[in-house]
Ligand binder design. Structure first.
Ligand SMILES: O=C(O)C1=C[C@@H](OP(=O)(O)O)[C@@H](O)[C@H](O)C1
Ligand SMILES: C=C(OP(=O)(O)O)C(=O)O
Length: 308
């Protein structure tokens, strides 16, 4: 937690962690916070949001600068709720002591949920899916670029705007994929989509190389390790590195048992891998899928998935 407790402590917060920086945390209330200029060492929207939200309750101004722009929903939402906040890609600044004003928000359909269907339809021969009016905030759509680099057939139709965000129907058809080197600058824009991308890489001919993605090790699970171990269990060669992996795709996946480590995105990714496997793929510990995609299995069945 030090990546968050560090800047908050600089602002005057009093938070105790365990010796190694992990929870449980003890937060001592009643401290007076003061604004800081924070240059985040990591491209992380969660760290940025923590500092900006604390900044709302701090004296003076708080600013955050990121090494690479991350999703800007906190900035957009604060602005929609009446907060005077300046922001541009990779930068945000606000003054403390402002009050929020209630408002109505339109939430576009979630790109990260659509991602599983983009990959599934791209790799299952004969597929064609239309995903209606999906949110296409450019800080979320790195996977679209990555899949297109790999040869995916995805078109955008009926572009519109919802809640100040671009949306469009995504029409995706099966296409034979080729392995690719995923540009590091895409990583923050597809940080939640790597489990799905790894499955696309399994179906793609040749090598897919991921680097600059060490943040995947500190998500709901260590997603590099969870995906590498799971794909190996299905018979694929995956060479894991500190900050990525080389995936040797184009082999038929076999049967096996996958540990999702309670991570919804690992479970959903392997539900897709199971559709291109020659055998049975058993995924343990899937209850957390409901935290972000409650009807994933119902929708998947309606789309033609074979799920037990
Ligand atoms: O802003 C957020 O709530 C999130 C931002 C992303 O993380 P980082 O940008 O912090 O890596 C994402 O992976 C996480 O699931 C949720
Ligand atoms: C937190 C994640 O997803 P969600 O936003 O669905 O909770 C994630 O994928 O890391």
């Amino acid at each position: 937690m030090r990546r968050v407790t560090g800047p908050l402590s600089q602002m005057g917060a009093k938070i105790d962690t365990q010796d190694d920086g992990t929870p449980p945390l003890h937060v001592h209330g009643g401290q007076t916070l003061h604004g800081i200029d924070f240059a985040s060492p990591v491209a992380s929207a969660q760290i940025k949001s923590a500092v900006l939200l604390a900044g709302l309750y701090a004296q003076g101004e708080t600013s955050v600068v990121e090494p690479h722009p991350t999703r800007d929903y906190t900035e957009r939402m604060l602005s929609a709720f009446g907060v005077d906040i300046e922001f541009s890609p990779g930068k945000a600044r606000l003054r403390g002591g402002q009050r929020l004003r209630a408002t109505d928000i339109v939430v576009p359909a979630d790109f990260s949920s659509a991602a599983f269907y983009l990959v599934a339809a791209s790799i299952i021969p004969g597929s064609e899916l239309r995903l209606k009016q999906v949110g296409l905030n450019p800080r979320r759509t790195g996977l679209l670029h990555a899949l297109r680099l790999m040869g995916a057939d995805i078109t955008e139709e009926n572009p519109a705007e919802q809640g100040g965000e671009p949306v469009a129907d995504l029409v995706v058809r099966y296409a034979p994929l080729k392995g690719a080197r995923i540009p590091e600058e895409l990583v923050p824009d597809m940080i939640d989509e790597f489990p799905a991308l790894f499955v696309a890489a399994a179906a793609a001919e040749g090598q897919t190389v991921v680097s600059g993605a060490a943040e995947l090790r500190v998500k709901e699970s260590d997603r590099l390790a969870a995906m590498a171990t799971g794909l190996r269990a299905l018979g694929m060669q995956v060479d894991e590195t500190e900050d990525g992996a080389t995936l040797h795709g184009g082999v038929r996946l076999g049967s096996g048992t996958i540990e999702s480590h309670g991570d919804h995105r690992i479970a959903m990714a392997f539900a897709i891998a199971g559709q291109i496997s020659d055998g049975e793929v058993r995924i343990n510990d899937i209850a957390n899928v409901a935290t972000s995609f409650p009807d994933f299995d119902g929708l998947a069945r309606r789309a033609g998935f074979n799920l037990a």
